[in-house]
Design a protein around this ligand. Structure first.
Ligand SMILES: NC(=O)c1ccc[n+]([C@@H]2O[C@H](COP(=O)([O-])OP(=O)(O)OC[C@H]3O[C@@H](n4cnc5c(N)ncnc54)[C@H](O)[C@@H]3O)[C@@H](O)[C@H]2O)c1
Length: 366
C-alpha cells in the first residue's frame, strides 16, 4: 500500500492506495477520527453495492446507513442532493455524522457536495471504485453537481478526511472504464512526471491486465502528481490549470456529442491529441516527443471513432467553463513532464489542431 499526503492551506489528509483496503475500512477510519460516530452513512450506487457491499461491511461492528444514488450524470443533480439530504435528516444525521462516498466519480462528487452543505458541512471519506475516481476526482476537494445548462456548474471545495483507493475493486470495472481512467494517468505523466510516462510505455501489458503492482505504481504516481499540484494551488488560480491538459477540446467533444458517445477520459484522450498537435506546431515539444506521446495515448485507448465537423468542435471550445472573460485557455506540454497554460491560441491554430485530431479520429474507421 502507498500513502500519499495531501496538504493544502485548508486541509491535510492521506490518500491510501493498495489492495485489500475495503475489508479493513472501519479500523482504518477509526485511526483518523477516533471512535466511529453514532451515525455513519454510505453513499453508493446499487450496482457497486451489489458487487462490493458485503466486503465493505465486513469490518463494521454496526452497519452504516446506506444511501443510494442512481447511476449516470443525469442524477448528478441538486434534486438528488436534496433527496439524499432529506434521507439523512430522517435517519437522524447530525453535525457529528460521517459520510462515506463509495463509488465512481459521480458518487464522489455528489457525496462530497452533500457533505459540504449538510448542516453547513460534515466530515466525509472517499472510497473511490473507478480508476478515474482513484487517480483524479477523489483527490483535491472539488465537489459538485450538474445543471441542465452545463456540467459541474454548482459546487464547492470540501476536502475529505481521507481517501481509500482499493485497487481490488477495479477488478469488476469494465475495461472501457479502466482505459478511460488510465488516460488521466497518461495526462498526469505528460504534464508532470516523465518517469510515469516511461513506466506506462514499458509496462502497458501489465497495467492493462490489472497487475496489482503495476496498477499501484500508476495510481500512486498519478495521485502524487495531483496532490503536488493541489498543494501549490488549491483553488485553481494558476498551476492547477495544467490538470486541464486535453480538456479544452475534450470538453468540446463531450458537448458536441451530447455527453453520450465518449467517456470523459476518452474525450480527454482525443483532446490531448489535439493539444499535442498544437504543441508540436509551436515547438514546445519535438516531432519525436509528439510521436512518442501520441502512440502512448492510443496505447491506452483505443479511442472511439468520431465523425464530427471541425467547425462544430471549434465552436464548442468557446463554451468551456474554464474560459474566463471569453479567453480560450489551452494547456500545452513543454517537453515530457512539464506543461504551461497559453491564452493566445489563434483561430487558425485551433482549427488546425481540431482538424488533425478529427482526421485521426476518423481514420480509426479503417
Ligand atoms: N471532483 C473532481 O475533481 C473531478 C475530476 C474529474 C472528474 N470528475 C467527475 O467524475 C465523474 C466521472 O467519474 P467516473 O468516470 O468514475 O464515472 P462514474 O461515477 O459514472 O462511474 C462509471 C461507471 O462505473 C460503475 N462502477 C464504479 N465502480 C465500479 C466497480 N468497481 N466495478 C464495476 N462498476 C463500477 C459505475 O456504476 C458507473 O456505471 C464526472 O461526473 C466528472 O465530472 C470530478
Amino acid at each position: 500500500m502507498q500513502t500519499i499526503r495531501v496538504e493544502t492551506p485548508t486541509a491535510k489528509y492521506d490518500v491510501m492506495a493498495g489492495s485489500g483496503l475495503l475489508s479493513s475500512l472501519a479500523p482504518r477510519i477509526e485511526r483518523i477520527v477516533g471512535k466511529l460516530p453514532r451515525r455513519v452513512f454510505v453513499l453508493t450506487s446499487a450496482s457497486i453495492w451489489a458487487l462490493w457491499g458485503e466486503n465493505f461491511l465486513v469490518s463494521f461492528a454496526e452497519a452504516p446507513v446506506v444511501l443510494f444514488l442512481e447511476p449516470g450524470e443525469k442524477f448528478k443533480t441538486l434534486a438528488s442532493v436534496e433527496k439524499l439530504a432529506r434521507q439523512m435528516a430522517r435517519a437522524g444525521a447530525d453535525r457529528g455524522s460521517l459520510l462515506i462516498a463509495f463509488g465512481g466519480g459521480i458518487v464522489g462528487d455528489v457525496g462530497g457536495f452533500l457533505a459540504a452543505i449538510y448542516m453547513r458541512g460534515i466530515p466525509y471519506i472517499q472510497v473511490p471504485t473507478t480508476l478515474l475516481a482513484q487517480v483524479d476526482s477523489s483527490v483535491g476537494g472539488k465537489t459538485g453537481v450538474n445543471l441542465p445548462e452545463g456540467k459541474n456548474l454548482v459546487g464547492n471545495f470540501h476536502h475529505p478526511l481521507a481517501v481509500f483507493a482499493d485497487i481490488e475493486t477495479l477488478g469488476t470495472l469494465p475495461e472501457r472504464e479502466l482505459r478511460a481512467g488510465l488516460l488521466e494517468s497518461v495526462k498526469a505523466g505528460i504534464i508532470r512526471d516523465r518517469s510515469l510516462v516511461r513506466f506506462m510505455e514499458e509496462h502497458a501489458d501489465q497495467v492493462l491486465e490489472c497487475d496489482a503492482k503495476a496498477l499501484e505504481r500508476v495510481i500512486a504516481a498519478s495521485i502524487r502528481m495531483k496532490a503536488g499540484v493541489v498543494h501549490l494551488d488549491e483553488r485553481e488560480s494558476g498551476l492547477r490549470m495544467i490538470l486541464n491538459f486535453g480538456h479544452t477540446v475534450g470538453h468540446a467533444l463531450e458537448q458536441a456529442t451530447h455527453y453520450k458517445t465518449l467517456l470523459h477520459g476518452e474525450a480527454v484522450g482525443w483532446g490531448m491529441v489535439a493539444a499535442l498537435h498544437l504543441a508540436r506546431q509551436r515547438g514546445t515539444i519535438s516531432q519525436t516527443q509528439f510521436e512518442r506521446l501520441e502512440v502512448l495515448v492510443y496505447l491506452y485507448g483505443p479511442l472511439p471513432v468520431l465523425s464530427l465537423r471541425t467547425a462544430r468542435v471549434v465552436a464548442a471550445t468557446g463554451g468551456d467553463k474554464k474560459n474566463v472573460n471569453g479567453v480560450r485557455r489551452f494547456v500545452l506540454p513543454i517537453g515530457i513532464g512539464d506543461a504551461g497554460v497559453v491564452e493566445d491560441v489563434t483561430p487558425e491554430e485551433l482549427q488546425a489542431a481540431v482538424e488533425y485530431m478529427l482526421a485521426r479520429a476518423g481514420e480509426q474507421h479503417a
